[in-house]
Design a protein. Structure first.
Length: 370
């Protein structure tokens, strides 16, 4: 099997698929890893896929010049977002200026990247997505926008930002503005489907998908909780314990204070601000470039100083990739063999599962609020 990058290290950025002139590349998803596989019967050895691959060629990563925590000034925006709403505020500033924004949304059963040119279209990007997304189509569209001398904002994972930079090149990249998200790692959407099928649901038949509301981590499908409201489901427990990411995530080169984007966005976990601010949501904002400063200056956001040591200690991906649990291989072996997802998560992470089971019981007995 001939692959674009090292075996099992594909991040699923899909840039190689999009740039190939012969449609010779297919992403093979085995649940536990991705691989960009080359069809040697179609390949003409142009090497475009190898050049665009961010695993093979990593763009320059820069130390942040400014660190902030903050939120969208608009109370409604802040309230509707997973964190402090800075990503939405930044996106709105771009579309109001006439520039398009590209980011991820859930549509027709897929986590895909789309273009937003209106304030209403920006709303589709709201919310965290704890699963791999598919940027196919947006690379070419962004390049076309940049060729027209349009400013473009792209918001995605660090590996996706790096892939886009490789795809458009330095010359067109002058008008490209990028924001990357602090990422723990991402599971295959096929694995999410394995989880959902336990509840007679699947991605294709779902109209909406929510992974968290502020600090409450729980999957909701079509605005209804999969499990008892206020309780973390097994998919969420597995995700938070680093069990389900694809193999490349545990060697992520972007899990560092040096970032590949203009600004980096995440949650300001461990913030020293008030409990009320924490309840409403606080974003962590790292700024690496002059473009990044421009992004923040034009956005309707409120920014505060942040303690660097606290920010890093509560966002480990600013220091190192997620650690691979020793039980990960056994877990995926069981899942591929058709064993029950929930049961296997409880088998390998009994304590957090037991904690949520007790919480569920207390909520049902009305001893504890959801």
């Amino acid at each position: 099997m001939k692959t674009v990058c090292e075996l099992h290290q594909c991040a699923g950025c899909m840039a190689c698929v999009e740039i190939c002139p012969k449609e010779a590349i297919m992403i093979k998803d085995t649940l536990s890893s991705y691989n960009a596989v080359i069809d040697e019967n179609k390949c003409v050895n142009c090497n475009a896929c190898h050049k665009v691959c961010q695993q093979n060629h990593t763009p320059e990563q820069k130390e942040p010049v400014k660190w902030y925590q903050g939120w969208a000034s608009d109370i409604k925006i802040r309230g509707n977002c997973s964190s402090g709403g800075v990503a939405t505020a930044v996106s709105l500033a771009f579309v109001k200026s006439g520039a398009p924004v590209y980011s991820c949304c859930f549509e027709n059963g897929e986590f895909r990247f789309k273009k937003a040119v209106t304030e209403d279209e920006v709303k589709q990007f709201t919310g965290s997505k704890y699963v791999k997304s598919n940027p196919i189509g947006c690379y070419k569209e962004i390049r076309d926008d940049l060729k027209k001398d349009n400013r473009v904002l792209f918001i995605g994972l660090p590996c996706q930002v790096a892939a886009l930079k490789n795809y458009v090149g330095d010359k067109l990249g002058i008008n490209l503005y990028t924001a990357d998200l602090i990422c723990h790692g991402t599971p295959s959407p096929k694995l999410l489907d394995v989880f959902l099928k336990q509840y007679n649901k699947n991605l294709k038949s779902s109209g909406s998908m929510i992974f968290r509301i502020k600090a409450k981590m729980q999957i909701q499908v079509d605005c209804k909780s999969i499990v008892t409201k206020g309780v973390s489901d097994r998919y969420t427990i597995a995700f938070l314990n680093g069990l389900t990411y694809t193999e490349n995530c545990y060697d992520c080169r972007y899990a560092d204070k040096k970032r590949v984007s203009d600004i980096t966005l995440g949650d300001s976990w461990g913030s020293e601000l008030s409990l009320e601010d924490k309840k409403d949501g606080i974003s962590l904002v790292l700024c690496q470039t002059e473009k990044g400063l421009e992004i923040l200056e034009n956005a309707d956001v409120e920014l505060r100083d942040v303690n660097l040591e606290i920010a890093v200690s509560n966002n480990q991906q600013l220091d190192h990739p997620s650690r691979m649990p020793e039980c990960r291989s056994a877990f995926f072996h069981s899942i591929k063999a058709g064993k029950n997802f929930n049961r296997e998560v409880k088998r390998y992470f009994p304590k957090p599962c037991f904690k949520q089971d007790v919480k569920e019981l207390l909520i049902r007995m009305r001893i504890k609020k959801a």
